[in-house]
Design a protein around this ligand. Structure first.
Ligand SMILES: Nc1ncnc2c1ncn2[C@@H]1O[C@H](COP(=O)(O)OP(=O)(O)OP(=O)(O)O)[C@@H](O)[C@H]1O
Ligand SMILES: [Mg+2]
Length: 282
């Protein structure tokens, strides 16, 4: 942990805010998924959004990605209040979102996936420039340190970690300013998670503002500059790395007091079980 923490460079010059949410709320009918959420995403920083199931993490992403409009407050991009009415509008503002499973098309090759919808063409008949596209993909993946020798391979045959990395490399190449990652390490093992976290750090170092959604405080702490915990749609913790230790983050995520109460409850039931075992033994 010490090594990874040392690699985090606290920005010395004032970093610019790319996205800021001010008192944002979102209701689905009478369900308040988010209330009074304020949050800032800065260039060259990873902002981690943590929270339990149903906390409102996906709702927050959907607002930033242009899938749902917020119902209260303001979303400000580069100083200008916006309400996106489609993902295309969010993309046009440089906000790229990598979803857990929907990032790439499994049956398509690596290079087709990379250029999907933005293919390079050549000549009067606007033919696909396959050689050029493969060369670009090869170079971009190499830059990120991703080694995939056969770019014709369907993406479905790659590991979950490799797929996430390709999706991140793609967003960086196409000039994303803000990269939103929805639980990119949730379905991955320890090693693969490490690989993905490395690319999250690279995207940050390339100057993007990264929003990293996760359940895992350890993953968050390996790459995060700023931490926000959502609890039932509200921000329950918001602070920078220098203000929040990993211990505190872990404790707050585990629900501190709630966990203690659960400990007492489970302790009581363990005693009951033990008492039962003693009865049987007699
Ligand atoms: N389309 C919808 N219609 C109605 N309610 C919704 C809708 N989407 C989300 N909700 C509700 O909003 C709340 C927040 O959900 P959200 O999916 O944002 O949580 P989450 O933090 O992403 O959870 P998870 O970790 O399980 O993915 C939940 O109570 C959920 O039931
Ligand atoms: Mg979710």
């Amino acid at each position: 942990m010490a090594v990874a923490s040392a690699s985090i460079v606290e920005p010395t010059s004032p970093v610019s805010e790319i996205v800021s949410l001010r008192d944002v709320g979102k209701s689905y009918g009478n369900v308040h998924a988010l209330r009074g959420v304020s949050l800032v995403v800065r260039q060259g920083e990873v902002t981690c959004v943590l929270g339990d199931n149903g906390a409102g993490k996906s709702t927050l992403i959907k607002i930033l990605a242009g899938l749902h409009a917020h119902t209260e407050g303001e979303v400000v991009i580069n100083g200008e209040p916006v309400t996106f009415s489609s993902p295309r509008e969010a993309l046009a503002r440089g906000i790229a979102t990598v979803y857990q499973d929907l990032a790439l098309v499994p049956l398509m090759s690596v290079w087709r996936n990379f250029f999907m919808g933005l293919e390079l063409r050549k000549g009067p008949f606007r033919m696909l420039d396959v050689a050029k596209m493969k060369a670009v993909v090869s170079e971009e993946l190499l830059k990120m340190g991703i080694d995939i020798p056969d770019l014709d391979r369907p993406v479905g045959g790659l590991s979950g970690g490799q797929r996430q990395c390709i999706a991140i490399a793609r967003a960086v190449y196409f000039g994303a300013k803000v990269l939103i990652l929805d639980e990119p390490t949730a379905a991955l093992g320890v090693k693969q998670s490490g690989v993905v976290l490395k690319y999250v750090a690279r995207a940050r170092d390339a100057g993007l503002g990264v929003v990293f959604i996760t359940h895992n405080p350890h993953h968050a702490y390996l790459v995060g500059n700023h931490f926000v915990i959502l609890n039932r749609g509200r921000v329950s913790l918001d602070g920078s790395r220098s203000e929040i230790s990993l211990d505190r983050l872990t404790n707050e995520m585990a629900g501190g007091a709630e966990l203690e109460a659960l400990g007492h409850e489970l302790g009581a039931s363990v005693k009951q079980m033990e008492a039962g075992t003693e009865l049987h033994a007699r």
